[in-house]
Design a binder for this molecule. Structure first.
Ligand code: FAD
Length: 296
């Protein structure tokens, strides 16, 4: 097994994020995407977590399946909500027993599951402490370039992030659309003497309908991008929007890499085509030149 902190010490990492399938249909889509993304040779892959007993098994089954049946290096997400401290400790211990060495420690958003245990850990930093106490993990945390939506102000959010990152090994950001947002975050952390790697999270906009949802998640698509996507829609319909979204994400990735980002983390939404197209445009995947760009 490989620790992400060691990979980051050795150089840039390129990683993909997936969510655990909830139906046979979703399972098929994920299996196909994994088949198509594995040849890109990601440094690691991560699997999201929703609070509650069912999600606990889904995430754990997927990461252990990846560990034992592929060459992928998996990271399990884990959230404070919907579990007692003891349950979280049990999950961490069972991940370690299964051979998982990488965990993304998150606050999580309030759970709607009526059967979930009351939340005992308030903030992600407490989960980082718990994972450290159990030992053997490389630990990542979340970062929010424009500040967490619930934060009173940006400065205090950056203070909390610097404290959390001091105990963790690396951070992965919420998606964002302009390189300055990422470099602003990195420079705010540097002012707080925090220099650990922060991986930028990349989410291409592949449909106009996703724009309001992204804004609700605290990552508003800037107006100049909306204008470019809308004119792509007029000229080329849905396909035009996808092509434009991939182009915009590629430009963002180029700016991030040129500015010294320690890697790229792609939110795949369990699909492969946009990530493969961006990889190809960045020149990261020459071996894929014969692969169909429209599958998935
Ligand atoms: P925290 O670090 O706890 O921060 C939350 C808020 O509390 C912030 O406003 C912060 O400033 C404040 N805060 C932090 N520490 C303190 C403190 N000690 N005292 C006072 N205030 C404090 N959600 C899921 O449910 N499942 C997932 O798999 C998942 N994966 C994600 C992956 C990435 C890369 C990212 C960026 C987010 C992910 N999320 C996921 C969403 C995340 O759970 C939410 O954004 C959540 O609202 C905050 O999580 P956090 O880890 O940033 O929380």
């Amino acid at each position: 097994m490989t620790r992400i902190s060691d990979l980051l010490s050795a150089g840039r990492t390129y990683s993909f994020e997936f969510f655990p399938p909830k139906s046979d249909r979703e399972q098929l889509v994920l299996s196909q995407s994994l088949l198509e993304l594995q040849p890109l040779g990601p440094s690691f892959v991560s699997v999201t977590y929703r609070g509650g007993a069912e999600s606990r098994l889904r995430t754990q089954n997927l990461v252990t399946g990846m560990l034992h049946t592929s060459t992928l290096v998996p990271m399990a997400h884990l959230v404070c909500v919907a579990h007692s401290r003891l349950e979280l400790a049990e999950i961490l211990v069972s991940l370690r027993r299964a051979g998982i060495e990488n965990v993304l420690a998150l606050g999580g958003d309030p759970s709607s599951d009526p059967d979930s245990s009351p939340r005992e850990l308030e903030h992600a930093i407490e989960l980082v402490e718990l994972a450290r106490a159990i030992g053997g993990f490389s630990i990542g945390v979340a970062a929010h370039p424009s500040g967490h939506p619930a934060s009173a102000d940006l400065a205090s959010d950056r203070d909390r992030l610097a404290e959390k990152l001091a105990l963790a090994d690396f951070a992965i950001t919420q998606f964002f659309f302009e390189a300055e947002e990422y470099f602003g975050l990195v420079s705010d952390l540097a002012e707080r003497s925090m220099h650990k790697p922060v991986l930028p999270g990349i989410m291409p906009v592949t449909g106009l309908s996703s724009i309001p949802r992204m804004a609700r998640m605290g990552a508003a698509v800037p107006q100049w991008m909306v204008a470019r996507l809308e004119s792509a829609a007029k000229a080329g319909g849905d396909d035009g929007v996808v092509r434009c979204g991939v182009e915009l994400a590629t430009e963002l990735c180029q700016a991030l890499l040129e500015g010294g980002a320690p890697g790229l983390h792609f939110y795949t939404l369990n699909r492969s085509s946009a990530t493969r197209d961006i990889y190809r445009a960045l020149g990261l995947a020459p071996q894929l030149s014969g692969m169909r760009a429209d599958s998935a």
